[in-house]
Design a protein around this ligand. Structure first.
Ligand SMILES: Nc1ncnc2c1ncn2[C@@H]1O[C@H](COP(=O)(O)OP(=O)(O)OP(=O)(O)O)[C@@H](O)[C@H]1O
Length: 268
């Protein structure tokens, strides 16, 4: 449904992502941690081959929404969820659906780089080994590391322990590990918050490049980052999705006073 809002003399139109262009559709999602409700009736479509940023003040439910997209919240005891998350036509919370299979399609990169205490090579091919792949691992590892813009820096030391890499390199390694299994959707929870500006810039360029092949959803506290890389932005506040739309429209013409206050730095 097209939403229209008058801004000065202009009428601005915001169109939600059409269902046919959505990699994931979230419908009327309520999520409870025990008695605490963290998401209230959230509905949003995330587009294919685009970057969507989720922004909002601390504790508003950004990570909870992100983790609901690949059933990571299942791992938290006492979580209860109502509503639907439909990934390419399949309700991922259907009792027939295996959460491990979901996470094969929908990868995740965390805030803090979390390489395994293994070699660089074994980190990248970890998911493939889990899937039982025994051949072609060298090629896949090289391709994933190239796509993650890390190959040139590590090609001569693939057998070294990954924990010796710098923070920015470790995060690119985690991205390589996440994309080695070719998940069509990649979720990233504040992937650059622990990195310096140079490493951040590299990862932002990488994400923009990755959207040719993947759909991406990124949680970020950094509004400049959302403005730089996201095609669409979702603004959350106290567990409620306040508004979502094309990033440039949201940043120049926010519809809601709370969005405006947040993006102009007046609260949060
Ligand atoms: N495992 C958990 N158990 C209980 N409550 C939780 C859990 N994880 C999050 N919460 C609560 O759910 C709400 C939303 O948390 P969430 O981490 O999704 O917010 P956020 O917007 O990502 O915050 P931040 O920006 O600080 O990371 C908060 O009130 C938080 O305390």
């Amino acid at each position: 449904m097209v939403q229209e809002v008058a801004i000065g003399h202009e009428t601005v139109r915001w169109e939600p992502v059409p269902a046919e262009d959505a990699v994931v559709q979230v419908q009327n999602l309520n999520l409870f941690y025990g008695k605490h409700q963290a998401l209230y009736n959230v509905s949003v479509n995330f587009p294919r081959n685009k970057i969507t940023a989720i922004i909002g003040p601390s504790g508003c439910g950004k990570s909870t929404l992100l983790r609901s997209l690949n059933r990571m919240n299942d791992l938290v005891p006492g979580v209860r969820l109502e509503g639907k998350v439909i990934y390419e036509g399949v309700d991922i919370y259907d009792t027939q659906v295996d959460p491990v299979e979901v996470r094969r399609h929908i990868g995740m990169v965390f805030q803090k780089p979390n390489p395994f205490p293994k070699t660089i090579f074994e980190n990248v091919v970890f998911g493939l080994r889990l899937q039982g792949q025994k051949t072609g691992l060298d090629e896949v590892a090289q391709r994933a590391l190239e796509r993650a813009a890390l190959w040139d820096e590590v090609k001569d030391k693939l057998g070294e322990i990954a924990l010796r890499l710098s923070g920015g390199q470790q995060q690119r390694l985690c991205i390589a590990r996440a994309i080695a299994t070719e998940p069509p959707l990649l979720l990233l929870d504040e992937p650059t918050s622990a990195l310096d500006p140079i490493a951040t810039e590299r990862i932002e360029s990488l994400l923009i490049e990755l959207k040719q092949h993947y759909s991406l959803v990124i949680v970020t506290h950094n509004m400049q980052q959302a403005a730089r890389i996201a095609d669409r932005t979702v603004f959350m506040h106290l567990g409620v999705l306040i508004e979502e739309g094309p990033t440039n429209q949201m940043f120049t013409n926010p519809r809601d006073k709370r969005t405006e206050a947040y993006i102009t730095g007046r609260f949060g």
